[in-house]
Design a protein around this ligand. Structure first.
Ligand code: MTE
Length: 301
């Protein structure tokens, strides 16, 4: 891999959460140094990124397994139990298995990433995730050459996920990435926020974060990762293929059929919820545009 993305923001940009300000100690000196170097390289994507508050991030959510309202996930989060938790890794891998979450955490090194997060509904936040690169987990499982895509599945447990007791979505929630997207150093398996364990409403104990794609790609509470040679049909594409595609790259020039994607509403911006321009690939153009060279992004949306 050409480079390992270590961090995306300077500590001086952070104004929130005392815990978070201890990041340097948590990371250790050497890692922090690397982080600052990477931050300089990616300056364009990082200008003026101030993370949203813990409250914004954990009280305004989309997690249809708990209901369709923005406050449903926080309201019903306690109904989900996340211990024990296993993640099956199967399909075209050398070391398939049912891995205990604790064993994955022992094998991986977590770090912090401050990323923009842009929902297809045209709202956005900035979130300080903790996690590890999906590439590291895939290396650990040993991806075979025949694998072209990664398919992810959320837990199916209607006894705890009240939203799964109704059938308008063909549960479980499914998402997918092309192999080069999955191996990209920006692609994160997140296990925490602000240095704390992932809250249930945000996708405990482990979720995907793909910062240059609309938020629905960032599937929560993952129990299965399958390496395959077929493009997975993701939940939103299955529900409404004219509105949601497989790629879902943030693109201010390709509108949703029912609304503009040119701007976004900043959550936590106060009474007036300011709108700001949406950036191509959500501000990560320099890092990811080459993945889509030669593709017509108005067709493969
Ligand atoms: N994952 C599952 N399993 N179920 C969902 O309903 N919603 C998606 C995504 N991942 C969703 C999901 C959508 S539409 C968004 S915008 C993000 O989660 C929201 O993540 P957040 O609530 O942590 O901000």
């Amino acid at each position: 891999m050409a480079f390992r993305w270590k961090n995306t923001l300077k500590e001086s940009d952070v104004t929130d959460e005392a815990l978070f300000l201890n990041r340097r100690q948590l990371m250790g000196g050497a890692a922090a140094g690397l982080g600052l170097a990477a931050a300089g390289r990616a300056a364009s994507a990082e200008e003026a990124l101030t993370p949203n508050s813990w409250e914004d991030i954990t009280q305004y959510n989309n997690f249809y397994e708990f209901g369709t309202g923005k406050s449903d996930p926080a309201t019903y989060a306690d109904e989900l139990t996340t211990t024990p938790w296993t993640v099956a890794i199967d399909g075209m891998v050398d070391r398939p298995g049912e891995y205990a979450f604790e064993d994955i955490m022992k094998a991986m090194t977590t770090e912090e990433r401050i990323y923009r997060f842009r929902c297809v509904e045209a709202w956005s936040m900035v979130i300080p995730w903790n996690g590890f690169e999906l590439a590291d987990l895939l290396d650990f499982a040993g991806v075979q050459d025949s694998a072209k895509y990664v398919r992810f599945e959320t837990l199916y447990r209607p006894s705890e996920f009240r939203g799964q007791r109704s059938g308008w979505i063909d549960w479980p929630y499914v998402e997918g990435l092309r192999m080069d997207e999955a191996m990209h150093p920006l692609t994160l398996m997140a296990t925490g926020i602000y240095g704390r364990d992932m809250p249930n409403q945000n996708g405990a104990p482990i979720r995907l974060v793909v910062p240059w794609k609309y938020g629905f790609k960032s599937i929560k509470s993952i129990v299965r990762i399958t390496l395959t040679d077929e493009e997975p049909v993701n939940t939103w594409q299955q529900l409404q293929p004219s509105e949601y595609g497989f790629y879902a790259n943030v693109n201010p020039e390709v509108d949703h059929p029912r609304w503009s994607q040119a701007t976004e509403r900043v959550i936590g911006g106060g009474l007036f919820s300011p709108r700001i321009p949406t950036l191509m690939f959500n501000g990560y153009e320099e890092e990811v545009a080459s993945l889509y060279e030669g593709m017509d992004l108005t067709v493969q949306f």
